[in-house]
Design a binder for this molecule. Structure first.
Ligand SMILES: [Cu+2]
Length: 107
């Protein structure tokens, strides 16, 4: 009896962690006015974490029919998490540095 009472929360905790793993997280850094990669393949529902490793501000936006995203300014050292809820090819850009481009292929 005593054991069962402690077991249930533990099982729920593990189930919660598995759900978090199922929806993946991948990290892309912004450094030298560039994204660390030019392409990234992810699954629908995954999140890309953008890590600003520059000493100046960046920003993140996606502008496509069906999915748009617009972040606030992203100070040095800060992360922005963007979840991609739909399949497709998405171009991620930065308003401050128009040459920055990351293609995210969501399948
Ligand atoms: Cu930028």
């Amino acid at each position: 009896m005593q054991v069962r009472r402690f077991l249930l929360p533990a099982v729920l905790l593990i189930a919660g962690s598995l759900t978090a793993i199922a929806a993946g997280m991948t990290t892309v850094t912004q450094q030298g006015r560039k994204f660390s990669v030019s392409d990234r393949h992810i699954s629908r529902g995954d999140t890309v974490r953008f890590k600003n490793e520059d000493k100046f501000v960046h920003q993140i936006y996606v502008e496509l029919p069906g999915f748009t995203y617009e972040s606030d300014e992203q100070p040095p050292g800060e992360n922005i998490d963007v979840t991609f809820p739909k399949s497709g090819l998405f171009e991620v850009r930065c308003h401050i540095h128009p040459k920055m481009l990351l293609r995210v292929d969501v399948h």
